[in-house]
Design a binder for this molecule. Structure first.
Ligand code: 13P
Length: 252
């Protein structure tokens, strides 16, 4: 069964006490909701809060992920965290290749491919983020950019591993700008993304891979996006920082 994943990427927001308040709010709200069996609610807090959020979420249906990691097992890599540390902190998912990692921190597809492999080696579920810049969108290069990011980011990944893959399409021009992609744009790109995944891993496996949309998703536009056949969930930035707006989307 393909899941609908509603994920919140907290980015670099929330102190420890703010994180606790937000998780309390989410957990309390989730208790009152009758979430369908196919629904997964997931948060990506800053790495420093992950263990605590994991402890708080134990016994609930809230999953936890980490926003970034390095691919090496251990070593002299100041400032980085290893896949094993991420797993040890209680993370189930690892976000790989968020546009802010690609464009601010200059992470290449080659590096991201190493991180995807490290995720599988450590029993973490990779959520590979892809998406085009505004100038690429305006030049009609969206599909080409997404295909390259998929093919290079998932190089040497087996069909069996791909059964556990998740993908998030986040057009860079829609992130934090309030300019959400229309449901039709999201559907058209995500249908294409699924066809690329089908070429790589076979249609049956591609049909199982949740493809999320991200970029200015909010309670008032989420239903339209989620009504599309190839939009299997949302990766939410701004609107996930308050329990009310995050839960309003999670319960749709
Ligand atoms: P916004 O929802 O704030 O546009 O952020 C989207 C995002 O980058 C989620 O990873």
């Amino acid at each position: 069964m393909k899941k609908r994943i509603i994920a919140g990427n907290w980015k670099m927001y929330k102190t420890s006490s703010e994180a606790k308040d937000l998780v309390h709010g989410i957990l309390n709200g989730m208790k009152e909701m009758n979430l369908p069996a196919d629904r997964e609610v997931l948060v990506f807090p800053p790495v420093i809060h992950v263990k605590e959020v994991h402890e708080m979420a134990k016994g609930s249906k809230l999953s936890v992920g980490v926003q970034n990691m390095y691919f090496e097992a251990e070593g002299a890599f100041t400032g980085e965290v290893s896949p094993k540390m991420v797993k040890d902190a209680g993370a189930k998912y690892i976000l790989i290749g968020h546009s802010e990692r690609r464009h601010i921190f200059k992470e290449s597809d080659e590096l991201l491919n190493k991180k995807v492999k490290a995720a599988y080696d450590n029993d973490l579920i990779p959520m590979l983020c892809i998406g085009e810049l505004l100038e690429e969108y305006e030049a009609g290069k969206t599909n080409e950019v997404c295909k390259k990011q998929l093919v290079e980011g998932l190089k040497d990944i087996t069909a069996d591993q791909a059964k556990k893959l998740t993908v998030a399409y986040e057009p860079v021009w829609a992130i934090g700008t309030g300019k959400v992609a229309t449901p039709e744009i999201a559907e058209s790109v995500q249908k294409y993304v699924r066809s690329v995944l089908a070429d790589m891993f076979g249609q049956d496996i591609a049909d199982l891979i949740p493809i999320l949309y991200g970029g200015s998703a909010k309670p008032d536009n989420a239903a339209g996006l989620l009504s599309q056949p190839n939009v299997d969930g949302l990766l939410i930035g701004g609107a996930c920082l308050k329990a009310d707006s995050f839960l309003a989307i999670a319960k749709l």
